[in-house]
Design a protein around this ligand. Structure first.
Ligand code: SF4
Length: 446
């Protein structure tokens, strides 16, 4: 039904992880139903939403400094409404309203779907902070209401949240505080969203969850959910992130070899190569156990790619601990590492640990880690020259429009020469060249 509400424009600024990007998409879907159209220009918006992240350092400062800049827009246009959502909003709540006069609305990670009601109150001149948790003890809940789960899949690739929150309480992580305890979504609700995405042109879906492989709802576990996803007609590729190593089992490793649409790509966060540090991080595995999981994955998909997260400069990390991390990198030979300097997050146990390291030590360790990793990637990519890969074409390659751009099943970025395929097509290619962050290819002749 066509909305009778006046047409307005919304600008959304998203910080942080894929889960936040997914939430921003959901905000837009809700607001589209309220007759808001998206604009890239904050200056022409009637509503500006900041979807914030508090996982990394200085996130709050970044939000406040952006709000300071937006204040000028509000002075020029007093009708402009500004809202802050996401993890910083969940954490700071009312304090954001107190600190920044230009903010009209603060909404928590569980209050996203109340946006229409909240905005109606804001339109009456109210300033609101709503950061309450919905049914915090419910383990299965369709945290995305049916009427919003009809995702608008304008792209070939989409994210799809299957769990929300986390029960692991790693000592450095703020997620259980900002997103609450883990809740799994009902399988049929997930599958319906996936079918809707495919009907709208999506070819690849990445399942999201803070601890995605601990998914369980109505007797369906993560492996069973993957099997059901694999049966969706037209869905060519499935990925997922992020699995916790402690929940990575043989049954899941096997599915990489069994399910045609499940891409041979695994992101398995290690965080540190030192057992002593892993214990203090409350990760619940040792390096040895982690390496067993890697071996399991490689047994079923020897050609599969592997990426990880690493934190350097965790409180109390000695030079010896750090060298164990470097050793683990040498042993595993990752295709990609997302490495971060440790930053204390409020209300997390690690923030109060003794042995906080100076910034220069963290910077130095981070650069040593990256220096070690770069040649590994080069060697691994070079080894792919001559191999056959399947690429999902996404469009022209930005740096050279004569070539097409896409991703391999292992998630390598690939530029294809002499190819006339359309976006969304799967093209078998032969790799002809390799750079650190790009593979070059030609279509395989039929
Ligand atoms: S598994 Fe650990 S790092 Fe990941 S979201 Fe949960 S608490 Fe945070």
């Amino acid at each position: 039904m066509k909305s009778t509400l006046p047409q307005r424009k919304v600008h959304i600024a998203t910080f942080g992880c894929q889960m936040n990007e997914y939430d921003s998409d959901k905000m837009l879907e809700i607001l589209n139903q309220e007759n808001y159209q998206y604009t890239d220009e904050a200056g022409e918006a009637d509503l500006i939403l900041l979807n914030t992240c508090s996982v990394r350092d200085k996130a709050e400062q970044k939000v406040y400094s952006l709000l300071g800049r937006l204040r000028k827009l509000k002075q020029a246009n007093p009708k402009l409404k500004i809202g802050v959502g996401g993890c910083v909003a969940q954490q700071e709540g009312q304090q954001i309203l107190a600190r920044e006069r230009s903010v009209d609305l603060v909404f928590g990670t569980d209050n996203l779907f109340e946006l229409p009601e909240l905005l109606a109150e804001v339109a009456q001149g109210e300033r609101i902070a709503r950061t309450n948790r919905v049914a915090p003890r419910q383990k299965v809940r369709n945290f995305i209401p049916e009427e919003v789960s009809l995702s608008k899949g304008a792209n070939l690739k989409a994210h799809l949240a299957i769990t929300k929150g986390c029960n692991n309480f790693c000592s450095f992580c703020i997620v259980p505080m900002t997103r609450g305890l883990e809740v799994s979504r009902e399988p049929e609700n997930i599958l319906q969203e996936a079918r809707n995405l495919v009907a709208q042109g999506v070819r690849e879906i990445c399942l999201l969850g803070q601890n995605v492989n601990s998914y369980k709802a109505n007797g369906v576990d993560f492996v069973e959910l993957l099997r059901r996803m694999d049966k969706i007609e037209g869905l060519q590729r499935i990925r997922f992130t992020s699995p916790h190593p402690k929940d990575f089992r043989e049954e899941l490793a096997e599915e990489f070899a069994e399910l045609p649409s499940l891409c041979e790509q695994l992101h398995l966060p290690l965080q540190s190569g030192s057992d002593r540090v892993l214990r203090r991080m409350r990760r619940w595995y040792t390096l040895e156990k982690y390496l067993e999981k890697v071996a399991l994955y490689r047994r079923y998909v020897p050609q599969g790619t592997l990426s990880t997260d690493m934190i350097v400069g965790f409180p109390g990390e000695t030079e010896e601990d750090f060298e164990q991390t470097l050793q683990a990198i040498q042993t595993v030979h990752y295709d990609q590492i997302f490495a971060f300097k440790y930053s204390p997050r409020p209300d997390t146990p690690a923030a109060a640990y003794s042995g906080q390291l100076p910034e220069d030590v963290k910077i130095e360790r981070l650069s040593r880690l990256l220096e070690l990793q770069e040649p590994i990637v080069k060697v691994k990519n070079k080894a792919l020259i001559g191999s056959s890969q399947e690429v999902l074409v996404e469009g022209p390659y930005l740096k050279d429009p004569n070539r097409l751009n896409g991703r391999s099943r292992g998630y390598h970025s690939v530029a294809i020469a002499n190819c006339a395929a359309e976006p969304g097509e799967l093209v078998p290619v032969r790799i002809t060249g390799a750079k650190t962050y790009l593979l070059e290819a030609e279509p395989l002749s039929k």
